[in-house]
Design a protein around this ligand. Structure first.
Ligand code: MN
Length: 319
C-alpha cells in the first residue's frame, strides 16, 4: 500500500504503533436523503416508560437533526404538550413507544385527541413490540402511523418524514395509516437496478418481475456494457444483476473489473443457468454478493433483493 509502519517504545508505558497507507478514495457516494430534511429541527415527543429503549430512538432522531424529548410518565403527556405550546415550542410529532403489545389499548391516544390543546391533532406514531398488524379502525382511533419494534433506522426516519409531511392538503384523514409496509414500498421505488443479460427472453422476464415489484431497471446486453453504464454514474444504481455467460464480456470478468475499480459496496447478484456445484463459489470468488439460479423465480429474486437492499440501512442512507 506504499505505506510505512513503525513503533515507538515508551519505557514502562507500552508501545505506540503507527502506520501510513495509500488507499483508494471510497466509492461510496452520499445519496442525499429527503428524510433528514423533513425531520430536521422537528420537536418530537417520545413517550416511553422505559428510558433505555427510548434512548435508542433519541439517538437516531438527534443524529438526523431532530429535537427529541422523552417523557417516561404517560400520565404527564398532556402537561408536556401544553407546556411546549405555552413556551411557543409546540411538538411536531409524538411517538408512543408503548412497549409490549398493548396496541389494542388506545387510552393514551384518546387522551391526546380529545384534549383541549392546539397540538391535539399532532401526528401520532405508535411504536410497539407486537406481531399485530394495524387494525382497520386504527386511523379512526387517531393513530397516524404504526411501527413494530424494533424497526430499522431508515424505516423509522422514513416513517417520521412521511408523517411530518402528511399535513399537506389531500394527504390527511381518509388515508390508511403509515406502516413499515408503506415505507418498504416507497423505498423500492427509489431503487434502480442494472441488469446485464444477453438473452432477450430472460431480459423480458426479469424486467416484468422487477418492475412489477416497483423497482426501476436499466438493461444491458453484456459485461462490457454493464461496466460502462455503471461506472458512468455509479451513484445511480443500488444493485447489479449479472448474468454469467454473455458475449464480449462474461459476468465474472465484469464483476472482477468493477471490484478492482474500487466499487466494493454495490451488491452484484449473479444469475446463472449452470446449476452446477461450485458455481456459487466461483461467483463469490469473483466478488459477487449473491447468487440466483435461472430460470429466475419471482419469490427468490424478491427475497435476495430485499435482503441486499431493504434490510441494509447503509446502502440507502449512503452512510
Ligand atoms: Mn447469458
Amino acid at each position: 500500500m506504499n505505506g510505512k509502519i513503525w513503533a515507538e517504545n515508551n519505557q514502562g508505558r507500552g508501545t505506540t504503533f503507527h502506520f501510513t497507507a495509500v488507499m483508494k478514495r471510497s466509492t461510496r457516494k452520499h445519496v442525499p436523503s429527503q428524510t433528514t430534511e423533513e425531520i430536521a429541527d422537528k420537536r418530537i415527543l417520545i413517550v416511553d416508560k422505559s428510558s433505555s429503549s427510548s434512548q435508542i430512538l433519541v439517538n437516531i432522531l438527534a443524529k438526523s437533526g431532530a429535537l427529541p424529548v422523552t417523557e417516561n410518565d404517560p400520565a404527564s403527556i398532556l402537561e408536556k404538550l401544553k407546556k411546549a405550546e405555552e413556551e411557543q415550542k409546540p411538538f411536531d410529532l409524538c411517538i408512543l413507544d408503548i412497549g409490549v403489545s398493548h396496541t389494542h389499548d388506545f387510552d393514551l391516544v384518546k387522551l391526546i385527541r380529545q384534549a383541549d390543546l392546539a397540538t391535539s391533532k399532532i401526528p401520532l406514531l405508535l411504536y410497539a413490540a407486537t406481531g399485530e398488524r394495524p387494525g382497520v379502525n386504527w386511523r379512526e382511533q387517531g393513530i397516524d402511523g404504526f411501527l413494530a419494534k424494533p424497526a430499522r433506522r431508515q424505516v423509522i426516519l422514513r416513517t417520521l418524514a412521511k408523517l411530518l409531511d402528511g399535513k399537506k392538503p389531500d394527504d390527511q384523514d381518509k388515508k390508511s395509516i403509515v406502516t413499515q409496509y408503506t415505507i418498504r414500498e416507497e423505498l423500492k421505488q427509489t431503487i434502480r437496478l442494472l441488469l446485464a443479460e444477453d438473452n432477450k427472453v430472460n431480459q423480458k422476464l426479469a424486467n416484468a418481475i422487477l418492475t412489477k415489484a416497483g423497482y426501476t431497471l436499466d438493461i444491458v446486453n453484456n459485461g462490457r456494457e454493464a461496466i460502462n453504464l455503471f461506472t458512468a454514474s455509479p451513484e445511480k444504481y443500488h444493485a447489479i444483476l449479472m448474468d454469467i455467460q454473455m458475449p464480449e464480456m462474461d459476468g465474472l470478468t465484469a464483476t472482477r473489473k468493477i471490484r478492482q475499480a474500487g466499487y466494493c459496496d454495490i451488491p452484484i447478484i449473479a444469475m446463472t443457468a449452470n446449476a452446477m456445484k461450485g458455481d456459487r463459489e466461483l461467483c463469490l470468488e469473483a466478488g459477487m454478493s449473491d447468487y440466483i439460479s435461472k430460470p429466475i423465480k419471482r419469490e427468490i429474486v424478491y427475497s435476495v433483493l430485499e435482503k441486499r437492499l431493504l434490510q441494509n440501512d447503509e446502502i440507502l442512507t449512503g452512510e
